[in-house]
Design a protein around this ligand. Structure first.
Ligand code: NAP
Length: 325
């Protein structure tokens, strides 16, 4: 990893001085995220791959470089089950790159048994929503600045799921699913939170140079259900009926790069078609309440970091809802 870092540090000047657009893809070591990184590199982006496993990440970075030899591919390791690591990811990115044109919030997980993140939050909600929420907020100033300077809005894309339609509302009374945990319910709630936040962000960023959209990638043969005792076997039989990850990456690439979507914001896509999301995800009062909750839950991590001598600098701190837009 340190080797990777020093190699990338040497390239920073080139990345910044060149006119290449920069894309950050989370969950890029496998599945839809890896194929999204391939597609963006082939379209001329400098791609920064984010993942939690050093070896898998380096394999992914090498494959991007092989598929698009003229592209820049860098990587940053971060486990989204720790908000401190999300802070480190943002800090590392901001120290290495001076522009961010596309942020693909793709990393996601599904866990059948209830567990908690390092910060004591329910794991699925922490990885699928709190981490991308915090990452996006920390990178927002650079996204705005890039959009303003390049004359083309920067794009934030949330890889949600059609399962976001399943809950009738977000469970504000039991955010951490302490009453009765069911993997699919926790997953669907986290994906509903993705769409709500994408819409809230679009609203908050309306007069800035940042767009925010969410999508369902389709039914894709990946390892998303690897922790499920039954589904991980069942998927082998379902494979012929599922899309391959390259096809599953198409919606993310489409929403991130299509010229016709330059000004589109606050939209939800099912595959590459714009669709109405769960009506609950459109409710502004619920969106605002969710944002306030996420600010509160992630501010604790900010506080912990600031208390540590090695915590992030003041420039990396982010502000409250009322002052951050
Ligand atoms: N496959 C589908 O049919 C489908 C349908 C709807 C939505 N989606 C969404 O599509 C996105 C991509 O999933 P996928 O299908 O491509 O599954 P996948 O192959 O399992 O990819 C998920 C990615 O997220 C990363 N990730 C998981 N937990 C993480 C953590 N704690 N910290 C950092 N990264 C973590 C994984 O990294 P590791 O390799 O280290 O585990 C992996 O790179 C997810 O958000 C998923 O919810 C998928």
């Amino acid at each position: 990893m340190s080797k990777l870092r020093s190699a990338s540090a040497a390239n920073i000047g080139m990345l910044v001085s060149g006119m290449r657009r920069v894309a950050l893809v989370t969950g890029a070591s496998t599945g839809i995220g890896l194929e999204t990184a391939h597609g963006l590199a082939q379209r001329g982006f400098s791609v920064v791959l984010c993942g939690r496993h050093a070896q898998r990440l380096e394999g992914a970075r090498t494959s991007v470089q092989a598929i698009a030899p003229s592209a820049e591919a860098q990587s940053i390791q971060s486990d989204f089950a720790s908000l401190a690591q999300v802070h480190n990811l943002a800090r590392d990115f901001l120290s290495r790159f001076h522009r961010l044109d596309v942020l693909i919030n793709n990393a996601g997980t599904w866990v059948p048994k209830r567990r908690e993140s390092v910060d004591g939050h329910e794991y699925t909600f922490a990885v699928n929503h709190l981490a991308p929420f915090l990452l996006t907020e920390l990178l927002l100033p650079l996204l705005k600045e890039t959009g303003r300077r390049s004359g083309s809005p920067s794009r934030v894309v949330f890889v949600s799921s059609r399962l976001h339609r399943r809950p009738s509302e977000f469970p504000f009374g039991d955010v951490h699913n302490q009453r009765r945990y069911r993997g699919i319910v926790a997953y669907a709630q986290s994906k509903l939170a993705n769409v709500m936040y994408a819409n809230e962000l679009a609203r908050r960023m309306r007069n800035t140079e940042v767009t925010s959209n969410s999508l369902h990638p389709g039914e894709v043969a990946t390892h998303i259900v690897r922790h499920h005792p039954i589904l991980r076997h069942a998927i082998r039989f379902a494979r012929p009926f599922l899309q391959d990850p390259a096809r599953g990456a198409k919606p993310s690439i489409f929403v991130a790069t299509s010229p016709e979507l330059k000004q589109t914001t606050g939209a939800y896509f099912h595959a590459c078609k714009m669709r109405a999301p769960n009506p609950y995800a459109q409710r502004e009062d619920a969106q605002d309440r969710l944002r306030a909750l996420c600010v509160q839950l992630t501010r604790a991590s900010q506080q912990t970091l600031l208390e540590r001598p090695s915590g992030p600098t003041q420039e990396n701190s982010w502000t409250t809802p009322s002052t951050s837009s």
